[in-house]
Design a protein around this ligand. Structure first.
Ligand SMILES: CNc1nc2cc(C(=O)NN)ccc2[nH]1
Length: 373
């Protein structure tokens, strides 16, 4: 068991990399997909079920937990790991992104953001210092800098102004985080889809020095083509010996394209959220289980899948429990989707280690039927 945080690369294939992040709470195999546990739970899943899908690390949301039940209460109860019964690594975001997308009556200043809770209208403030305090109260293993994430498309000057604020906040986050062996602080590169601004941001973060570096400000409406164009240069601007984390991504083909371009970690609500809306991801594409064509289909979602949904239930059954809004519908489809996402990551880790990522990617795209299946 290591007392420190470290990252070691095992193999590269083109720009794709595979490695291990070692933390005091366990190892993270990269490239890694992090299920999102917003309110101290991965919705519709027990923690042991999340582990059974192959997840090494979860994401927790600072914005939600600071509002309810509050970071102070979670700290009094022993921290987020004990509270939610997940003893492996947890990465928490800083709250910056969600305060801009969920909170009401937001006011942004150099100091930070004041806002009203979307739950009960109570007034709150997030600053780099407060965000570090909250993430420390939660007991997070990987802490994210407090930053601002502009929506795209946006003008160069607007993106520049936002990125430079985020870099000043990155320094304040670093100063407030202090020296915490075994805990990591990740900086977040901003700069939208502007290569010069992405470079300026990377240099600013490198000068401050972080344990890992996120590519932020993407998957905010720019579309896959623009996102991949940015990923054609942005990750390589970041230190190659540290983990690179692409925030908020994504669909399976987004994930494959990001790993191909040097990304080591990702998180997305897609597998869990879409599971609750009846969307099942398979190697051949998406199954919309609510579609009437599944109502008497005795086959599993995916005959090659070993998850509980595919081992023991038919599409007809999944169609029925979804239509009936039965709780087991969310349980089975979420489990299946998280299992599929982890299988995708394992497939890429193996392919990169064997130097056959290009063949694996060709096969990945070849298997995907057009449209619904
Ligand atoms: C779903 N898309 C998406 N983009 C994100 C960007 C950030 C970011 O730049 N934080 N500083 C965080 C979460 C995101 N989720």
């Amino acid at each position: 068991m290591t007392e420190r945080f470290s990252f070691s690369l095992h193999a590269t294939d083109g720009r794709a990399r595979t490695g291990t992040i070692s933390t005091p709470r366990g190892e993270i195999r990269t490239p890694a997909f992090m299920p999102v546990g917003t309110a101290a739970t991965v919705k519709a899943m027990l923690p042991e079920s999340v582990r059974a899908t192959g997840a090494d690390v979860l994401l927790g949301n600072t914005y939600h937990l600071m509002l309810r039940p509050t970071a102070e209460r979670i700290a009094r109860l022993g921290g987020l790991h004990a509270f939610m019964n997940w003893e492996r690594p947890i990465l928490t975001d800083s709250g910056g992104f969600q305060v801009m997308s969920l909170a009401e009556l937001r006011k942004l200043t150099e100091e930070g953001v004041t806002f009203r809770s979307h739950i009960d209208g109570s007034r709150h403030m997030l600053t780099p210092e407060r965000s570090m305090e909250i993430q420390q109260l939660l007991g997070s293993d990987i802490v994210m800098c407090f930053d601002e994430c502009p929506a795209l498309p946006a003008e160069h000057d607007r993106i520049a102004e936002s990125m430079r604020l985020s870099m000043r906040w990155a320094q304040r986050s670093r100063d407030a985080f202090g020296d915490r062996p075994g805990h990591a602080l990740f900086g977040i590169q901003q700069g939208g889809d502007k290569e010069d601004l992405r470079g300026e941001s990377a240099e600013a973060l490198r000068a401050i020095g972080f344990d890992g570096y996120a590519v932020g400000g993407l998957a905010v409406g720019e579309g896959q083509e623009v996102m991949f164009r940015v990923l054609d240069y942005a990750p390589d601007m970041l230190p190659e010996d540290k983990p690179r984390y692409l925030m908020g991504v994504g669909k399976p083909d987004d994930i494959v394209g990001a790993v191909k371009r040097g990304i080591d970690m990702m998180d997305c609500v897609l597998p869990s959220r879409s599971g609750r809306t009846g969307q099942a991801f398979t190697r051949r594409g998406v199954v919309n289980i609510k579609n009437a064509r599944h109502q008497e289909d005795p086959r599993p979602l995916d005959e090659h899948c070993s998850c509980p949904a595919c081992r023991s239930y038919s599409r007809a059954y999944l169609h029925h429990v979804f239509r009936s809004q039965e709780i087991i519908s969310s349980m089975l489809l979420t489990w299946h989707n998280l299992h599929y996402f982890q299988e995708l990551m394992q497939g890429m880790r193996d392919a990169i280690a064997a130097g056959r990522f290009a063949d694996w990617e060709t096969d990945f795209h070849a298997q995907r039927a057009e449209g619904d299946i």
